[in-house]
Design a protein around this ligand. Sequence first.
Ligand SMILES: [Zn+2]
Length: 176
Amino acid sequence: MLAVAIFKFNVKLNYAGYANVGGLLNYYRYMSEINKTEDDWQKELTLEQYQVLRQKGTEAPFSGKYVSANDKGMYVCAACGNKLFASDAKFNAHCGWPSFFQAVAPETIEVKEDLSYNMVRREVLCKKCGGHLGHVFNDGPKPTGQRYCVNSASLKFKKAGKAAKFIGDKLSSFDD
Ligand SMILES: [Zn+2]
């Protein structure tokens, strides 16, 4: 009887210990989401996504799947799911890449000076994972005058569902 009691006690202890370790691991996995290694990214992303998001590549003009898309919804980061651009900020810039006049919120992206290829450009990155999205130029339409020229490969489109709210035809909130 004593042996059985000790066995049960141990099982309970182990179970509790296991549950706590699991929770801790999940916590660290969440906290380190943006600190994935290049190996991790390479495994998770397609070759095209990896070349754009992690190696700052540029897809060929008019080759991306979102160049002329105009469904209502949200464009999120293909690497981490961060909400980046709402469909109502998309416009046809005739440049061969999906173009937006503003990000869904200023804190969702990061803009850095890019001096590569003997040009002075402003690189646009996902603020959450640091993935390269494209570049921003000063020749966009009103109201911002900005043109965020973004690679389709860095984006995933989430079509607006029933939970999405519109003011007029503007997407005001998005619920995935
Ligand atoms: Zn991201």
